[in-house]
Write a protein that binds this ligand. Structure first.
Ligand SMILES: *Cc1c(COP(=O)(O)O)cnc(C)c1O
Length: 226
């Protein structure tokens, strides 16, 4: 039942209702309760030391509710690990900062979400990370622009501004051939309609503000790796 690739009708819908929820651990409550807190304590030092490594040790790192949502998103993405961020833009910028260092270059598909372009052209440039852009429907252009210091390529398909659907496997093959990582903003398709890890992508981003939150009343982002 827990396989998104199962083509049995209704399976994905069932998963969406059940993932990340554990009523037996929360007095039967269907949804994991909201935790409000900063400092976290244990009764003894021994208890603190044996805390599960996934259990937050300070409120800034999240709560059992954050971990439950990360587990649900991770399952939907089919990845190894998900990390939540306070916005989609935060997930985008943290993915870039996690992969890049001074002297690296990144190739970004031209129709990318504009604030990511602004971040690349301002903050990444200040960190001596060179951002260049390529036409996402021309894999040959990517191949021509890739260089020895291209550490990553950044895709968004469909693109925010122009809505091209890109040939992700072809772009991934070019990137991987020269050892570059592939970061993809998969907000528009969501893992329900495009499964980045099955096409070789290394990091998949969701602006969860959009479909996952869904009501234009909160910000959330997730970064998922294989
Ligand atoms: C909205 C959006 C973002 C940024 O998400 P926020 O939560 O608004 O910061 C990033 N990528 C895409 C494709 C988006 O549509």
């Amino acid at each position: 039942m827990e396989d998104l690739n199962d083509k049995e009708p209704g399976d994905t819908e069932t998963l969406l209702c059940r993932l990340g929820r554990a009523p037996a651990e929360h007095a039967g409550m269907v949804n994991v309760p909201i935790y409000r807190g900063s400092t976290i304590v244990s009764e003894t030092l021994e208890d603190w030391d044996i805390r599960n490594k996934d259990t937050p040790s300070y409120g800034r790192f999240g709560s059992p509710l954050s971990r439950a949502l990360e587990a649900a998103v991770c399952k939907l993405e089919g990845g190894f690990r998900s990390i939540l961020f306070p916005s989609g833009q935060s997930a985008c910028t943290h993915s870039l900062l996690a992969c890049l260092k001074a002297g690296d270059a990144i190739l970004i598909s031209d129709g990318v979400y504009a604030p990511v372009r602004a971040f690349a052209d301002s903050v990444l440039a200040r960190l001596q990370i060179e951002a260049q852009y390529f036409c996402p429907t021309r894999p040959s252009e990517l191949a021509a622009k890739i260089s020895a210091n291209t550490r990553a390529i950044y895709l968004e398909s469909p693109s925010s501004t122009t809505f091209e659907v890109q040939d992700v496997p072809a772009l991934v093959a070019i990137a991987h051939q020269s050892g570059a990582l592939v970061i993809m903003d998969n907000t528009w398709a969501t893992p329900l309609y495009f499964r980045p890890f099955e096409h070789g992508v290394d990091i998949s981003i969701q602006a969860a503000t959009k479909y996952i939150v869904g009501h234009s009343d909160a910000f959330l982002g997730s970064c998922n790796c294989e």
